[in-house]
Design a protein around this ligand. Sequence first.
Ligand code: PEP
Ligand code: MN
Length: 264
Amino acid sequence: TSTSITIGTTHDCEPVTIGGTASPVIMSGPCAVESREQLISTARAVKEAGAQVLRGGAFKPRTSPYQFQGLGIEGLHMLSEAREVTGLPVISEVMEPDMVDTVAQHVDILQVGARNMQNYPLLMSVGRHARKLPVLLKRGLSSTIDEWLLAAEYIIAAGNPNVILCERGIRSYDPMTRNVLDLTCIPLLHELTHLPVIADPSHSTGRRELVPVMSRAAIAAEADGLIIETHIDPDRALCDGRQSITPAQLEKIVHETRLLTQLM
Ligand code: PEP
Ligand code: MN
């Protein structure tokens, strides 16, 4: 089993423990912070649905430079406001080594995205961060488990032991789903490392209708938590709407997670 990491100790919010014997932690919110209204209403709804951490991208690593790139620093301020309103700790992605301090002022978990899993200057920068803020390290688009663990090692070796691994699906030959959720890696990582492991059923499937069942599957495979994209109006999302669920669907997943955990 994994060791536990406490989230939300550096800002005024409700701290959450992930890993070890703690029950699975549900992180949820929009792919991207789009506006103050969108974020605050989604934050309230995911809290109401039972999520314990709010997600929302301010800096978005989009495949095309012509797609919505996120609100940047303005988005970070909205995340801080959403924390104040809901009491939920916040997770958001940092893309540049020099931005770690700025992002850390607003978030409770620093997210390193799949595209940056082997950005070594970024890994060292989140590792050196003074408050040792927990880091969510997403698996690279086509990374092996060894490459992923060595990326985690960069953060730990730089001084920050608080790394959470996130399986977000890996590339395959088949475009039917966005990626393939590697469920096997969850129990395997529990053998190989003490780090908490969570799953992302949103980016791994790319399809909202598959999110509930793959959430249940990841919990059954002993994930320490889930990170799920929820939007108040998924069809109008500026980013990843196709895989985003509604707050009502999230509430059901939270409930199913609790039931499954009782059985395990
Ligand atoms: C995200 O969480 O919105 C994201 C960009 O994820 P990934 O890095 O896994 O593609
Ligand atoms: Mn996304």
